[in-house]
Design a protein around this ligand. Structure first.
Ligand code: G3P
Ligand code: CA
Length: 332
């Protein structure tokens, strides 16, 4: 706890000026993807706090379900990649059939709330800082929303939240009403009302449609993978049950052997269809950033701002803010 406070206080002090100066509304929203996950283990309160300190407009938690009906912030329901579950609960290792294949591991739906609270988060990418491993708890949806409210007060700006339900079809098949659970908690926090700083998202079409129906005042985003049909007809189909798309960056700026190519017209066509566009995921490391940007992530942020993306999912909100404040021309 002491270490956590030292980190957060230090970060808060370091970022005071960044938080004070905001880019023009013409720039895309800065979405802290899994928190400031370029620096701290994903999906922890500490990572969400740092994202806001670094200038994020929204925090992005992914959720999986526990055995007793809690939504916990994790990218996968197999927990061994991002937590110390193997050491804490070795006996819970099991084999499950997932998408037609046997997968061995530790699964969220086999742990209760109290068991989840014994876990600590780990940085999944080996080339990122591992020094915060096994320090931070895994938060529930209610805890993330509590942090969002506190951060909004502390920073005197309204921080948004864009939760994603993971494995929704898998949990629905287990009779876990994950969309209903999410909506109930949003209602308890009064985030279901028109103008609330909430956007929902999922790769699962049924989930997006359900959330849009249950919270008609809230923007619902259909996430797309890199093979998605993005024809005008497909976009018109999405518009029937969603308000926007979350698209892999490569559908907007194709990349071949490290070279970012000529932008497609996807953003313009989606806007014409009445859909907002949120590209993912902006990461500065050489493993992710196309070589043609010459190691300068600002070039990529500026390009997507000029293409009029509505928001960008980034692991490093500080670099997005710096680009929008210091490097990019004002989008037209
Ligand atoms: O939700 C946008 C983006 O996060 C989708 O990819 O796998 O990081 O959740 P993923
Ligand atoms: Ca996500």
């Amino acid at each position: 706890m002491i270490i956590r406070n030292v980190i957060i206080v230090a970060a808060l002090l370091a970022a005071t000026s960044a938080s004070a100066q905001r880019p023009s509304d013409k720039f895309p929203l800065i979405i802290g993807h899994r928190g400031a996950s370029g620096y701290l283990p994903d999906h922890t309160i500490e990572a969400y706090e740092l994202a806001v300190v670094q200038g994020a407009d929204f925090i992005e938690p992914d959720f999986v379900a526990s055995k007793d009906g809690y939504l916990f912030a994790r990218h996968e329901h197999e927990l061994s990649r991002t937590t110390n579950v193997a050491e804490v609960f070795p006996e819970k290792k099991t084999k499950k059939m997932l998408d037609g294949k046997f997968v061995e591991g530790w699964f969220s739906e086999d742990l209760t709330h109290d068991e989840f609270k014994k876990l600590r988060a780990r940085q999944p990418f080996p080339f990122r800082d591992q020094s915060h491993n096994d320090m931070y708890e895994i938060p529930t949806l209610a805890e993330v929303l509590g942090a969002r409210a506190s951060l909004s007060r502390a920073h005197k700006r309204r921080i948004g939240v864009i939760p994603e339900l993971k494995h929704a079809d898998y949990f629905r098949a287990m009779n876990f009403a994950v969309e209903g659970w999410m909506v109930q908690i949003m209602e308890a926090w009064a985030l279901d009302r028109a103008g609330s700083p909430l956007i929902t998202q999922s790769f699962d079409k049924t989930s997006v449609a359900k959330l849009n129906e249950m919270m008609p005042n809230i923007q619902a985003i259909q996430l797309l993978d890199d093979k998605a049909d993005v024809s005008d007809a497909a976009l018109a189909g999405i518009k029937k049950y969603a308000d926007g798309i979350g698209a892999p960056k490569e559908l907007i700026v194709p990349v071949k052997t490290g070279q970012a190519g000529k932008p497609t017209d996807l953003i313009a066509r989606a806007h014409k269809a009445g859909l907002a566009v949120y590209p993912y995921t902006f990461r500065p490391e050489k493993q992710f950033l196309p070589a043609s940007y010459g190691g300068d992530p600002a070039k990529e942020y500026c390009l997507f701002a000029s293409l009029k993306a509505d928001g960008i999912f980034t692991d490093t909100p500080d670099l997005a803010l710096k680009a929008f404040l210091k490097s990019c021309p004002m989008p037209g």
